[in-house]
Structure formats: C-alpha cells, structure tokens
Design a binder for this molecule. Sequence first.
Ligand code: HEC
Ligand code: HEC
Length: 301
Amino acid sequence: MAVVSPLFLAYFLNNRAVEDVTSARTALMYARECEQHLGPFPKFRYEEAIEIPITQDGEVVIVTSENIGKNLKSCDKPAAFGAPCQLGNRVGRYQGLDANGSPNPAVIFVTFFRDGGLGVIGHNTESGATCFLSVKDEIDPRQGLPTPDDPTYNEAWQPPTVVGRDGCVKCHMADPFLHSPWIDQVRDPMNPEKTLVPLIADVDSPYFVIGKEFPAPPGRKPGAIHATIPKHLEGNKCVECHAPQCVPDFFNVKLDELQMSAPFHTMEVESREQWINDRNALREYCRSLDIQYFTQENEGD
Ligand code: HEC
Ligand code: HEC
C-alpha cells in the first residue's frame, strides 16, 4: 500500500485550491460570453417585474411593506418550489437586442425576484443558447442592479462557478423555463392569452447551457442542442410534447400529476391506464438519472 505523506497531501490540495481560484471566471467574464449568444443584457429592474399573486379562496392577498416576504400557511396555488405561499415575489420579461441595439425577438430574458434574491434566465430560442444568472446573497435586487457595462457588475452578481453549483439545470431540465399554476397566473401584458413565462418547449426545441461551469441538464449529452430520448421511452406520451422533465417528490406541487388545461397535459384523450403507465416509466427513468437536487451546503434551504 502506498503511503502518501500528509505534508505532500497538504501541498497537493493547496496547489489545487490555488489553481481553482486563478482559473475561476468572474461574473463579468461569464456575462460577456453570454452576450455573444444573447446580445447585450438589458438592465433588470424590480419595478418592471410583475407581482405573482397569492390567493386564498380566490381572493388576492394584498402585499404591504409589513407582510412582504411572509410565507402564508396556505394558498390556492402554491409555488412548485421553495416557500409555497410567499408574498411579494415577482416575475419579469425582456426581449433581447442585437449588437447594434435593434430588437431581437429570438432572445428572451426572464427575471424572478424571489425570497429577497434574483435569478435570471436568458435564452435564444433559435440557437438554444441559455444563461443562468443569480445576484449575490447579500445584494438587495430591488435597489437597482449593474449591467455588464457598469464597473460594479462583479460586486452584485455571482461568479459562474457559484451559480453552476446551485444546479439550476437539474430542475430547468426539459427546456429553460418551468411552468407552474402559481407563476402562470402572470400573463403577458401585451397578449393576456399567453403566460408571461414563455411556453416554447417541444420535444425538439434547442436548449444548451453556456459556460463550462455548468453541467448539462440531466440525461443530455454535454453540449448537445437537442435532448436525447432514450430508446425505451419511444412511444411514451410523456415525451410526445416535450423532453423528459423530472420532478422530485419534495416539490410542493406534483407538477406531473396536474390536470391542467391545454397546452399542458391533455391526458383526458388518453386512457387512464396509459397515463399511469407512461408516467411511471418516466419516473423510473428519472430515478435512473440519480439527480442529487441539493448540494450539502444548501441542504435544508
Ligand atoms: C429544485 C428545483 C429548482 C432549482 C435548483 C432552480 N429552479 Fe428556478 N424554478 C423552479 C421552479 C419549480 C420554478 C417555477 C416557479 C415555481 O412554481 O416555483 C422556477 C422558476 C424560475 C425562474 C422564472 C422563469 C421560469 O422558468 O418559470 C427563473 C428565472 C429561475 N427559476 C432561475 C433559476 C436559476 C438562475 C437557478 C439556479 C441558480 C434555478 N432557477 C434553480 C425550480 C428550480
Ligand atoms: C399534450 C402535450 C403534453 C404531454 C402529452 C405531456 N406534457 Fe408535460 N407539459 C406540457 C407543456 C406544454 C408544459 C409546459 C412546458 C414548458 O415548460 O414550456 C408541460 C409541463 C410539464 C411539467 C412542468 C414543468 C415544466 O417543464 O414546465 C412537468 C413536470 C411535465 N410536463 C411532465 C409530464 C409528464 C410526466 C408527462 C406524461 C405523463 C407529460 N408531461 C406529458 C405538455 C405536455
């Protein structure tokens, strides 16, 4: 048995740590890479995002400076993830621009002001390129946030290693955007027929994540633009409209059991038995991916 001296080990670990720090990219370096795919970032503003309603027996609970951030004991449409009935969360949407400043309808940015923080997803619907951004924990995103052209960008936004470690793609898996009855209460003001969070996924829609710090979504080949549908799921109803989407049991809402109106799960046209069998087959596949939803540090969040 080889004996590794503790001194050598310490040296080796230290060296690795130094290497990690020097090769770690800043938030700004990541933003510039994203801009090559998505165009210039808009200025993300809290005031421009729309409040996601919390209702009890159909009545909207009014958000005040006293109750903002409070998680009520019950509500009609709980959030699928995180505090289920939290007051004052907001979602916003921006259309992208190309390098010379004209609108680029292929690019969408969605802001999610939640629990005092802010997560952003930028997505190019033509190429599939997607970026995940998050402000630092100590930053109040309601105060006004720097864009990549501001010198304080790195002070407000997390570096990509930190965002990557949060595992955004484990949940944002089939396509960049997740829908739930809670967030879909917010409609697009330009077109109230549509949800503000874009409903764009089909089984072939392009989706890949920018940044070497981010793993590929579960079940996808690294760098692949389209999802891999495993052979044994061919013919399964759950991969007819979109790529496999796994939902852990500890989510507040069992999204894959919802009987939502079209274009969600129009499973009424299927026999009950096939719906159950196909869902079970998909859950089996999800278990086989062995997705660890939380890293040790943020367990219990
Ligand atoms: C444990 C699962 C999970 C993880 C991890 C996760 N999200 Fe989400 N996210 C959700 C769910 C579910 C929603 C829909 C809102 C709801 O009902 O909770 C959502 C909504 C969003 C939205 C609003 C647009 C949309 O898709 O509905 C943004 C933006 C967002 N997440 C960003 C992020 C970022 C950035 C990360 C990583 C730092 C991340 N999320 C990690 C589950 C997750
Ligand atoms: C008739 C088309 C259709 C079928 C069949 C279908 N889905 Fe969906 N499903 C949708 C649409 C549309 C959405 C919202 C998609 C999006 O994210 O853009 C959705 C959303 C979901 C979500 C919520 C998270 C998300 O990505 O927004 C889950 C989980 C899900 N589907 C699982 C399943 C499972 C499991 C099955 C099989 C039992 C299934 N779906 C079959 C159309 C379908």
